[in-house]
Write a protein that binds this ligand. Structure first.
Ligand code: HDE
Length: 711
C-alpha cells in the first residue's frame, strides 16, 4: 500500500507521480510469479523435462547421412516452432501494452458500488493495450488510424475491461454493420493493398454511402488519428454505460481518459516518414518512457447523466456516433492510472491479453447502445479461434486476481485440476459449493440493472439516431484554423488516392457539403471538382456552436516537457561546457536530451574530451524528436554548416515547427529567421524560450514561413 495519501480530486490535475512501491503494490505481478519462466542457471531440456546434450545437430545416420525420424528432440522443437503463430486480431492486430495501476481519488459510492472506485487507498493493477485498427501485426505504428485504448482492471471483485478508443465516437450505429465496415477499411481483397491505411476506394465507397460514419470520419481525418505518442492520447469508452450505487440508483456515464502528458499529434509528413524510418515509433516511445521512469498517467473521468435526463439532449445517448459535449456535461474525475512496468514477454502478455466489453463488475452495467450490445458477443467469440478454446481466461495475463470458482469444466487447454466430484449446482455431494452470492449493497453477486422494456421485436433504427451531420459540423467548427487546415489536407490526400471519381464526388457532395460548405469547397478544389453550393439534407445543428474541449490546442498537458526527446547536434570541435549546460538545463525539466553526431562515433570536443553520442543524425532523424539544440563551438558549427545531413536535419525540424536552438552562423547558412521557437545561443533566456516552445508542442506561428522550406 502506498505510504502517501492519494491526491484529492481537486489537486488531481496538478499532483506529481506518487508511484507506490511497485513490488509491494502490484498484486498482479505477484499472481503471475508462479508462471514466470526464468532460465537463468537452468539446463536446456525438452518439454518433457529431459536434459539435452546436443542442440546443434540432428540425429543422423553418419555425419553425412540422412536424418532419423526417431530424433524426438529435433521433432519436438520443430513441431513447436511450426505452431508458434496464432491468428492475429481481425482488427487492432498491431498493438503494444504495459502494466500499471489505478487508484481512485476518493469514495465514489454515491455513483457506483464498484469497490475499486470506493477506496482511495486501494491499488488496482491494470494492463493496457494500445493498438491501431487497420494494419496487420507488423504494420507501422504511425499510420492515420483510430487507436485502441483497452484497459483491464484486475479488481478484487473481478476483471473490468474498459475497451475504448482514442476517439469518442464510432463509424457505425449498429453491430450488424461491423463486418461490412471492417471489410471496407481493410486492405482490398484482390491485391491486399494498402497496408495500414484508409486511403483507398473501398473505405471511401463505404463511408460515402453510410452517412452515419460522417462524424467519426471527421475524427479520423483530424490530427487525433496521428498521435505524437500513445502517452499523449485521450481515451474514451465511446458507448454510454451505467454506474449503479448500493441503493440501486443508476446514472448514465461516458468514460474518459485524460492524459497528463497533454493531447499532441505528429504532422502528416512526420507520420509518413516515421512509418518507414521507425515502424515501431510508438511502441518504442512508450517502452522507453516506462524504462526511464517517465511513467505516463491518465485521469479517469465520467460524464454523468441522471436516468431522468436521458432524453434531455438533441441526440440519443444510445447512439455511438455522438458525443456529449463536455461543455454540456463536464467530466468528473474519478481516479488516475499510471503505467509503470513494461511486459516481460510480448506474446504472453500483449498478444494473449483478451479484452471484452462484457467483462464488468457489480456497480457497472451496459446501456442499450446497439453497437455495444453486439460487442458483448463478439469479443469472447473471437478469442475462441485466436486463443484456441474457452479456457483463455486461464492464460496468466487474463486471470482475475479475484477467485473464480464455478462448474465449468474441461475443454481445450484446461490448466486447472478441479477437485471434488460435483461439477453441477445445486449439489449435496460437495456441500453445495461453489454457491451463489445473493445481490447485496456491497460484496453481493452481480445483478443486472432492472430496466423496464416494453417494445415490439423489430429490426429498425430509432429516428433519434437520424442526424448524422450536426456533430460532425460541431467538431469541424470547434477546431483551430490550423487543425481545420490539417483536416482539409487529410480529406484531400485520402480522396486523392481514390481511383473512382464517383466516390470522390459522392463524399464531397453528399457528406462534406452537409457538414460544412467551406470544408467541402476546399477539398473539392484540391480534387479538381466543382465546389458544392448546398448540402443534400437539412441539418438541424447542435445545441452548441462550438465545443472547445474538442480542440487539441486546449489540452496542453500538465507535465511540461517531461519525457520529451531533444536532439543535441554535436560535431568535432563542439564546446563541452556548452553541451553540458544545455543538457543539464533540459534534464532539469526532466526532458530526454540525446547527443547526435555525424556518425555513431564519439566526437572530440574543443577541449579534447571525447563525447559519446547516442546515435548518428541519420540513425535518429529529426522526426524522432520534439526539439533540437545546437551547442556552441566554431569548428562544430562549421562542420554542421557544411554537412548536408545536418542541414537536412535542422531544416526538417524547422519545417515540422519544432523548437530549435541554433548558432548565429547556422541561422545564416540555413537562411532562417528567429521566431518564438527558433532561438540563438545557449544562455538561460534561450533555454527558457526553447522549453516553453517545446511545451507548446509546435511553433504554430511559423507555419506560413515554413511552407516554402524544402525538407
Ligand atoms: Fe472492437 N473488436 N468491435 N471496437 N475493439 C475487437 O476483439 C467489435 C468497437 C476495440 O487490444 C476484436 O480481441 C465489434 C468499438 C479495441 O485486444 C473483435 C464492434 C470500439 C480492440 C471486435 C466493435 C472498439 C477491439 C478483435 C462493433 C471502441 C482491441 C480482436 C459492434 C469503443 C482490444 C479482439 C485489444 C478488438 C469486435 C467496435 C474497440 C473482433 C463487433 C466501438 C480497443 O472482437
Amino acid at each position: 500500500m502506498p505510504s502517501k495519501k492519494p491526491d484529492s480530486p481537486k489537486q488531481s490535475q496538478l499532483a506529481g507521480t506518487d508511484t507506490p512501491d511497485r513490488a509491494n503494490t502490484n498484486a498482479k505481478i505477484q499472481s503471475l510469479e508462479s508462471v514466470r519462466s526464468d532460465a537463468t542457471g537452468q539446463a536446456l531440456r525438452t518439454n518433457q523435462g529431459v536434459r539435452i546434450a546436443d542442440n546443434q545437430n540432428t540425429l543422423k545416420a553418419g555425419d553425412r547421412g540422412p536424418s532419423l525420424l526417431e530424433d524426438f528432440i529435433m521433432r519436438e522443437k520443430i513441431t513447436h516452432f511450426d505452431h508458434e503463430r496464432i491468428p492475429e486480431r481481425i482488427v487492432h492486430a498491431r498493438g503494444t501494452g504495459a502494466h500499471g495501476y489505478f487508484q481512485s481519488y476518493g469514495n465514489h459510492a454515491e455513483l457506483t458500488k464498484a469497490g475499486f472506485l470506493q477506496d482511495p487507498e486501494k491499488i488496482t493493477p491494470v494492463f493496457v493495450r494500445f493498438s491501431t485498427v487497420q494494419g496487420p501485426r507488423g504494420s507501422a505504428d504511425t499510420v492515420r488510424d483510430v487507436r485502441g485504448f483497452a484497459v483491464k482492471f484486475y479488481t478484487d471483485e473481478g476483471n473490468f475491461d474498459l475497451v475504448g478508443n482514442n476517439m469518442p465516437v464510432f463509424f457505425i450505429q449498429d453491430a450488424i454493420k461491423f463486418p461490412d465496415f471492417v471489410h471496407a477499411v481493410k486492405p482490398e481483397p484482390h491485391n491486399e493493398i494498402p497496408t495500414g491505411a484508409s486511403a483507398h476506394d473501398t473505405f471511401w465507397d463505404f463511408v460515402s454511402l453510410v452517412p452515419e460514419s460522417a462524424h467519426m470520419v471527421m475524427w479520423a481525418m483530424s490530427d487525433r488519428a496521428i498521435p505524437r505518442s500513445l502517452r499523449m492520447m485521450e481515451g474514451f469508452g465511446v458507448h454510454t454505460f451505467r454506474l449503479i450505487n448500493a441503493q440501486g440508483v443508476a446514472s448514465f456515464v461516458k468514460f474518459h481518459w485524460k492524459p497528463r502528458q497533454g493531447v499532441h499529434s505528429l504532422l502528416w509528413d512526420e507520420a509518413q516518414k516515421l512509418a518507414g524510418k521507425d515502424t515501431d515509433f510508438q511502441r518504442r516511445d512508450l517502452w522507453e518512457a516506462i524504462e526511464t521512469g517517465d511513467y505516463p498517467e491518465w485521469e479517469l473521468g465520467v460524464q454523468i447523466v441522471p436516468e431522468a435526463d436521458e432524453h434531455k439532449f438533441d441526440f440519443d445517448l444510445l447512439d455511438p456516433t455522438k458525443i456529449i459535449p463536455e461543455e454540456l456535461v463536464p467530466v468528473t474525475p474519478l481516479g488516475k492510472m499510471v503505467l509503470n512496468r513494461n511486459p516481460d514477454n510480448f506474446f504472453a502478455e500483449v498478444e494473449q491479453v483478451a479484452f471484452c466489453p462484457g467483462h464488468i463488475v457489480p456497480g457497472i452495467d451496459f446501456s442499450n447502445d446497439p453497437l455495444l450490445q453486439g460487442r458483448l458477443f463478439s469479443y469472447t467469440d473471437t478469442q475462441l479461434s485466436r486463443l484456441g478454446g474457452p479456457n483463455f481466461h486461464q492464460i496468466p495475463i487474463n486471470r482475475p486476481v479475484a477467485p473464480n470458482h464455478n462448474n465449468q469444466r474441461d475443454a481445450l487447454h484446461q490448466h486447472l485440476v478441479h477437485k471434488g466430484r460435483a461439477s453441477y449446482e445445486p449439489n449435496s455431494i460437495d456441500g453445495g459449493w461453489p454457491k451463489e452470492t445473493p445481490p447485496a449493497a456491497q460484496d453481493g453477486g452481480f445483478e443486472s440493472y432492472q430496466e423496464r422494456i416494453d417494445a415490439h421485436k423489430i429490426r429498425q433504427r430509432s429516428e433519434s439516431f437520424g442526424d448524422h451531420f450536426s456533430q460532425a459540423r460541431l467538431f469541424f467548427q470547434s477546431m483551430s484554423p490550423t487543425e481545420q487546415q490539417h483536416i482539409i489536407k487529410a480529406y484531400s490526400f485520402e480522396l486523392g488516392k481514390v481511383e473512382r471519381e464517383a466516390i470522390r464526388v459522392r463524399e464531397v457532395n453528399e457528406i462534406l457539403a452537409n457538414i460544412d460548405l467551406k470544408l467541402a469547397a476546399a477539398v473539392a478544389t484540391n480534387l479538381g471538382l466543382p465546389a458544392p453550393t448546398a448540402g443534400t439534407v437539412q441539418v438541424k445543428g447542435s445545441q452548441l456552436q462550438q465545443s472547445p474541449a474538442l480542440s487539441q490546442m486546449n489540452h496542453p498537458g500538465v507535465v511540461g516537457i517531461k519525457g520529451r526527446k531533444i536532439a543535441v547536434l554535436v560535431a568535432d570541435g563542439v564546446e563541452a561546457a556548452s553541451v553540458d549546460k544545455l543538457v543539464k538545463a533540459l534534464e532539469a525539466h526532466s526532458a530526454r536530451p540525446l547527443l547526435l553526431g555525424p556518425t555513431s562515433a564519439p566526437v572530440k570536443a574543443a577541449d579534447g574530451t571525447q563525447l559519446p553520442v547516442a546515435a548518428s543524425m541519420e540513425g535518429m532523424p529529426s522526426i524522432m524528436f520534439d526539439g533540437i539544440v545546437v551547442p556552441a563551438g566554431k569548428a562544430a558549427t562549421d562542420a554542421l554548416a557544411a554537412s548536408g545531413l545536418a542541414k537536412h536535419f535542422l531544416l526538417e525540424g524547422y519545417k515540422h515547427l519544432k523548437a530549435l536552438v541554433l548558432t548565429q552562423e547556422l541561422l545564416g547558412t540555413l537562411g532562417l529567421k528567429e521566431d518564438k521557437g527558433l532561438l540563438l545561443g545557449d544562455d538561460q533566456q534561450a533555454v527558457d524560450a526553447f522549453v516553453k516552445a517545446v511545451e507548446g508542442h509546435r511553433v504554430w506561428e511559423r507555419e506560413a514561413a515554413a511552407e516554402s522550406v524544402p525538407a
